[in-house]
Every structure is written in structure tokens, then in C-alpha cells.
Design a protein around this ligand. Structure first.
Ligand code: ADP
Length: 438
């Protein structure tokens, strides 16, 4: 029978009783009061049973009740079972995820929007020396204090991973990759790349050792060759004299190549940022401009534009090498009768921009992404003919990494190129004029 009809039948019993009493006492109010009092008592009883069950719904089944109260109890029971099933499923998913993250050999660390450690797996304990749950809520940089990590974390630019030694074990190398999600929360993935790093170290050491070993015989070779080349034209027959000149040119090229290889391997092996030594940018650029004018031999017009009196904090030799490489490239590739501008300025956000711009032949856009790779050349013949080693821009890129900055290349074929070295505000030093006077 429909539950509402049953409910009406339940109400009918006190109603009949009420009518009988009303007739007996000839008082309708007394009858009505009895009807309402009985129905209210019945409803309060069901409510009390419901409240008693609701206190500990897990311990017992909901009470049985007739009519509409029974329907309410049934609905609640079904709802409770559904919720329990959902909770079970959720618990299952969470425990699977926990087991998965515990099985991972990579460390996974969840970082809150306030830069605090929220959660992490066992691998993170092992790789980073965290202690769970003791370190929960700690600021990340309280536990990972490596200056490169602190700078990387604060930069907010996580496109490239960071590689440093493990704080828990100095013999291990770790790669950090941070992904931002949700409300500025971050997931940090930490991978042990010690094996890969050792292989790369072996390769770097091999290149550095070979370059070093080649230097001595080359010095002896050029030592004999130089005086011979000076008098070659007068002392030797033309064919041999031409050969000697070419030998000297190739020996020079080899020397440049060895110097660049050694410089690059030195930069790659350095694991710390460049020191914060004040460097006078105006003098540095003045000298690079003079070198450029000497190299150009009047084929191009070089202009210097110093628009900021700020200096830089960094490694003077490395910065000089970066600027000289860019100026030398502009002179060698721009073509004759072109303009080359060396400029230094400060942006509105306090960054330093050092750029070398030419209105020369430019570079086709599909080469741009690969220009900083070792030995990548747009025109190999031209690079070799002008004494290029193919390592210049790779060196510039590494110098900028050491200075927490970047190299931006803009170029349009037929219109020219601009190479910009951008330095973060904390690398700028004021005022440059004081340094120049020193
Ligand atoms: P290289 O020793 O060959 O000059 P780099 O790494 O310095 O090696 O430069 C890579 C390539 O980028 C060069 O071979 C050249 O083709 C191109 N390039 C660099 N600077 C310029 C420029 N200012 N204009 C045109 N091409 C350039």
C-alpha cells in the first residue's frame, strides 16, 4: 500500500478516538487535542529513534518504522550506504596513489602557495634528507639552502630543470623540475641523475684533457712556424711559402678552438654562480668596441651607446669573453658597409640589457633555436673562413647561465640581428662611474 495512505490510516486511529471522545463528552476541542497529542507523540517517538540512530549510524541499521517515517529511514539508509561505498572507493584510490608514489624512485614533493612543504614520498626523504612528518610546514628553502636552488625557486621560471648536488649525499647529483598547478601550489619532482652526470663529467673531462694535451705540441709547432712564416716569402720558393702561410692559419684556428673548448669545459664544470665582483660595463664595452673596430678594418661602422650608469656584479673575464664573441660575430657575419651598435641600458623593471645589434644579413628563423648548440653554424664555410670555431654562442649562453641571466636572439633575414644579454636586477651594480675611475 502506498506509504501516504498508510500514514493517513495511522492518523485515522487517533482521529476515530478523538471523534468518540468528542461525542462522549460533547466537546470537540478535547477530541481534537487528543488526536493531535497522540499523533505528536507518535512523531516524537520516531524522531527520537532517528536521533538515537544518527548518533552512531555505523553501528546499527536504521530503525524500522511504518509509513512515511519508514520511507525517511529507508532513504537515509540508502544514502548512508552510497556514501560508504564512495568513501571506500576514494580510500582505495588514495591508497593506490600512495603505494604508487612510494614505489617511485623519483622524489615527489607537494609545496603550498606559501612555499611550505606539504607532502612528499619516501624517495624525497632519501634524496633530500627530509623527515616525514617532522619537516611538514617548513619553508622549502630552510631545508634546501643551495644558492642555485634558492635562486631557481625564487625565480618562478621552471621551464628548464635545475641540476645540483644532493643536500643529503654530496656524491649524488639531483635534477629538480617544478610544475605549478591550482592556486600557485607546486609539485617538485626530484630525480637522481648521478649516472648520467658522471657520463657527462667523463665526456667533459675527456674534451678538457684532450684540449689540454694538444696545447703543448701546438705551442711547439707554432713556435717553429712563426719565424719561418715571417721570412717565408723571401727565403722559400712560392709553393712552400704558401703552404707555410696556410699551416700558420690552421695552427691559429686550432689554438682558438682549443682555447674555446677549454673555456666551455671550465664554464660547464663550475657548479656555482659567478662571483658578485663589481665590473665596469662602460669600460668593458669600450674595449670590446675597440677590438671590433680593429677586427673590422673599416668594413663596418661601430657605435657605442651607454644609456645606464650601472655596472654589473659578475666575473669580468667571462663577461668580456661573452661580449667579445658577440662583437666578433657581428663583424664577421654582418657583411661590408654595415652598422654595428653596442648598447647598455636598464629596463623599467631594473634588468640590465647589453645588446649587440647589426643591420647585416640576418639569420633565417629556423636556425635561431639551435644557434647556441656547440658547432652549429648557419654557413659552415663562412664560419671557418672567418676563423669561427662554432663555440662562440655556446660560451655566451653558459656565461649567462652563471650570471643568472639569458641570451635572446632576434634576427630577420636580410635586415639584421640583435643579440641581447639580459641580467637580473640583483646583478646590477650602481654606479658604474665609480668603478671606471678606479
Ligand atoms: P662561429 O664560431 O661559427 O661564429 P658561433 O657560435 O659564434 O660560432 O655562431 C654560430 C653561428 O651563428 C655562426 O656560424 C653564424 O652563422 C651565426 N651568427 C652568429 N652571429 C651572427 C650575426 N651577427 N649575424 C649573422 N649570423 C650570425
Amino acid at each position: 500500500m502506498h506509504r501516504w495512505i498508510r500514514e493517513l490510516l495511522i492518523l485515522l486511529i487517533p482521529a476515530l478516538l478523538g471523534i468518540a471522545i468528542a461525542n462522549l463528552w460533547d466537546c470537540w476541542l478535547a477530541g481534537l487535542t487528543i488526536v493531535l497529542a497522540l499523533y505528536l507523540a507518535y512523531s516524537l517517538l520516531q524522531l527520537w529513534r532517528l536521533a538515537r540512530w544518527a548518533k552512531h549510524p555505523d553501528r546499527a541499521l536504521p530503525p524500522h518504522a511504518p509509513a512515511q517515517w519508514g520511507a525517511v529511514f529507508d532513504h537515509l539508509y540508502r544514502y548512508q550506504r552510497k556514501q560508504r561505498r564512495r568513501q571506500e572507493q576514494l580510500r582505495h584510490v588514495i591508497s593506490r596513489f600512495d603505494r604508487l608514489s612510494e614505489a617511485l624512485s623519483d622524489g615527489m614533493v607537494v609545496i603550498t602557495q606559501h612555499d611550505e612543504l606539504d607532502n612528499w614520498n619516501a624517495a624525497a626523504n632519501r634524496l633530500l634528507g627530509f623527515k616525514y612528518p617532522h619537516d611538514r610546514g617548513q619553508h622549502v628553502t630552510n631545508l634546501l639552502r643551495h644558492p642555485l636552488f634558492v635562486a631557481y625557486f625564487a625565480s618562478g621560471d621552471y621551464d628548464e630543470p635545475l641540476i645540483i648536488k644532493s643536500p643529503a649525499d654530496e656524491s649524488r647529483w639531483l635534477q629538480f623540475q617544478i610544475v605549478t598547478y591550482g592556486d600557485n601550489e607546486r609539485l617538485m619532482v626530484v630525480r637522481d641523475i648521478t649516472r648520467l652526470q658522471r657520463l657527462q663529467e667523463m665526456r667533459r673531462d675527456f674534451v678538457a684533457n684532450v684540449s689540454h694535451e694538444l696545447r703543448t705540441p701546438l705551442t711547439v709547432f707554432t713556435g717553429y712556424l712563426e719565424p719561418l712564416a715571417v721570412h717565408a716569402e723571401t727565403l722559400l720558393p712560392p709553393r712552400i711559402s704558401k703552404g707555410v702561410t696556410q699551416m700558420q692559419q690552421q695552427a691559429d684556428r686550432m689554438r682558438h678552438l682549443i682555447d674555446d673548448l677549454l673555456m666551455l669545459s671550465r664554464l660547464e664544470n663550475e657548479q656555482t654562480l659567478s662571483p658578485l665582483t663589481p665590473v665596469c660595463v662602460a669600460s668593458l664595452m669600450q674595449r670590446a668596441c675597440e677590438d671590433g673596430i680593429a677586427l673590422s678594418q673599416g668594413r663596418q661602422q661601430l657605435t657605442l651607446a651607454i644609456n645606464s650608469d650601472k655596472g654589473l656584479l659578475g666575473d669580468k673575464e667571462q663577461l668580456r669573453s661573452a661580449v667579445t664573441n658577440l662583437v666578433s660575430n657581428a663583424v664577421r657575419y654582418a657583411g661590408d658597409n654595415r652598422h654595428i651598435t653596442l648598447s647598455w641600458s636598464e629596463t623599467s623593471t631594473g634588468q640590465g640589457h647589453l645588446s649587440i645589434e647589426d643591420d647585416g644579413e640576418g639569420i633565417d628563423s629556423h636556425h635561431l633555436a639551435r644557434l647556441t648548440e656547440r658547432f652549429y653554424r648557419v654557413d659552415k664555410g663562412r664560419s671557418s673562413a672567418t676563423g669561427g670555431t662554432g663555440l662562440g654562442l655556446a660560451i655566451v649562453k653558459h656565461v649567462m647561465l652563471r650570471h643568472q641571466g639569458g641570451l635572446e636572439i632576434d634576427s630577420t633575414l636580410g635586415k639584421g640581428s640583435r643579440f641581447t644579454l639580459s641580467f637580473p636586477a640583483q646583478r646590477l651594480h650602481s654606479p658604474d662611474s665609480v668603478l671606471r675611475e678606479q
